[in-house]
Ligand binder design. Sequence first.
Ligand code: MN
Ligand code: MN
Length: 468
Amino acid sequence: MSEEKTELELLKDGLFLKNKHFSLCRSEDEVKAADKFCEGYKAFLNTAKTERECNRWIAEKAEKNGFVPFDPAKKYAPGDKVYLNNRGKALILAVIDKKGVSEGAKIVASHIDSPRLDLKPSPLYEDSEIAYFKTHYYGGIRKYQWTTVPLSLHGVFVRRDGSSVTVSLGEKEGEPKFVITDLLPHLAKEQSKRTLSDGVRGEELNILVGSRPFKNDEGSESVKANVLRLLNEKYGIEEEDFISAELELVPAFPVCDIGFDRSMIGGYGHDDRVCAYPGFEALFDAQAPEHTSLMVLADKEEIGSDGNTGLNSAFLRYFIADLAKAEGLEGRHVLSKSECLSADVNACFDPTFPSVHDKNNAAFLNHGVVVTKYTGARGKSGTSDASAEFVGKVRKILNDGGVRWQTGEMGKVDEGGGGTVAMFVANLNVDVVDLGVPVLSMHAPFEVVSKTDVYSTYKACKAFFESK
Ligand code: MN
Ligand code: MN
């Protein structure tokens, strides 16, 4: 048989869009490098499960890498590394470089909040001698997925006297965990007639927290009283302190490799620690960038980016204005010349549910970081829609940097869609495009990503920071 290619094959080779599995177009060493990179990522996932924990973890790591708290009154020199900590829930890391901010900054913006269950302001109650917490879910969850899953409690109480106490319970070996119960199939006949989205309702997401009364005292609410006694002993709190608290329930299991080939990682909160981690690691590793580089780690993305730690607030704008002022410039001039990768996950094509995707415009597992020109829903509403020119520029950076990348829409045209921080950055007159890791079972308590896609996202962010 001839090994020569036919004319048709040559034509296809030359002109067709190539979309290939990472392992089929990269060396074995690069696959190994991806696996190695993901070991660090897994450690991050296991220790930083909420926006506050991510903030602490990243700030610590930044300090180890030479970053110091930002002082707006100071003028920084090339090579200086600073970070702004926004209320312990969001961060901006910046490396000042040769050109300062006179020609704009290179920004990677990601978010460190994930879908979860928040406690209501007055959460504790007793029903039929069982104590529960009421919750209000945070972000877009499929509620039925969050029942019968072990949960841990994270967050902070601010007490009557203004002092605060940090909570993390259910992660360490031997600590108790929490759970939401569901009906047994034998008694679920009526519940099973509900639609899937209504299968478990918001007010049914009640957390099991205790079942023993105080001593052997009989009387109403003695189980609740006992839970409060234990909370008082451990955290020094009373019931009113729940009102000035932020307490979050997240899945209590650690991450793990998935598959016989260990090619994937399963765990809670990939969205969007899976883009945040490659982003800040790329910032730490970037070689001699010419432009000032910023890694923005925002909160509140899962509920629309509103609030003073979300990217719809002014904290990024103010930070840039401070950097600009130190160089005798206006913030708006710097922003107008800046470029941003909105590092956020996208839906991964799931062969079990193919009908929600347009296969030509879907992201595939192991095909690399996904460049998403626009998100939004039904007629592109609620998106920034990156320009051809900026996508062209990013595409060249990725190709020149040997980054495995693909394009992908968030499902079929009228199927769904979604939002990211891209539009809030774009609204500051910055060129922005979305880029990130494809995720299976996104927003579920246990999400799945591919290791080579995580690594490709790191390579993409690094190439962007190092670009001219
Ligand atoms: Mn996200
Ligand atoms: Mn999300």
